[in-house]
Design a protein around this ligand. Structure first.
Ligand code: E4P
Length: 215
């Protein structure tokens, strides 16, 4: 299973990379707004920190403009994956970009059938948003389970990239479902490394070490 870090903050990305278990990065306009940095410069800086897929999102709403934007984004760095919003225009753009050999990540996916369309259009990744579905009282992870099952049934190469991850349980269930990737906020990545018994165990070992004769 691959882990991406869901951030446009290069300091956070650096920390995640140093933790040794990050394979790529996802950004979106909200994450860029949070750091208050321009897209192009941020993507180039991220590419210097990690050798893996970096999702950069299109803001156009029509296929032709999305393709133009996607071509420009992919020219920023060979690891750029063009993030395309789901919908008829997004699917058209995905197909056109796939035809040009440009990797895509279809975002804002909220149903397995939307995901199926993305795979058929030739998306490299599809991003089901689990947290936002949970927020409205629908079980987001069920969409992931069904999407993985459908992709397995037909041998689609499109990777299921679980997004809108809010907690470690989301990551556990994504892994059990066989999702290819989960994109995690740094806080969730750190939570995965923690356990109260680990903390307690370290404290006890250090306390006992004080009682060990030193030579
Ligand atoms: C990543 O690709 C998504 O844009 C991101 O995970 C969305 O997360 P949110 O629902 O917490 O904003």
């Amino acid at each position: 299973m691959k882990f991406f870090v869901d951030s446009a903050d290069t300091r956070e990305i650096q920390i995640a990379v140093e933790m040794g278990c990050i394979d790529g990065v996802t950004t979106n306009p909200s994450l860029l707004a949070k750091v208050g940095r321009p897209l192009e410069a941020t993507i180039r800086e991220i590419a210097a920190l990690i050798d893996g897929p970096i999702s950069a999102e299109c803001i156009s709403t029509q296929a032709e403009a999305m393709v133009k934007e996607g071509v420009a984004l992919s020219a920023l760095h060979p690891n750029v994956v063009v993030k395309i919003p789901m919908g008829v225009e997004g699917l058209k753009a995905t197909r056109a970009l796939a035809g040009k050999g440009i990797a895509t990540n279809v975002t804002l996916v909220f149903s397995p059938l939307q995901a199926l369309l993305c795979a058929k259009a030739g998306a490299s990744f599809v991003s089901p948003f689990v947290g936002r579905l949970d927020d409205i009282g629908q079980e987001g992870m069920e969409m992931v389970r069904q999407t993985v099952a459908i992709f397995d049934n037909y041998g689609f190469a499109t990777e299921v990239l679980v997004a809108s991850v809010r907690n470690p349980i989301h990551v556990l269930h994504a892994a059990l479902a066989g999702a290819h990737v989960a994109t995690l906020p740094l806080a969730v990545l750190k939570q995965l490394s923690e356990h109260p018994l680990t903390t307690l165990g370290i404290e006890r070992f250090l306390a006992d070490w004080e009682k060990v004769p030193k030579a």
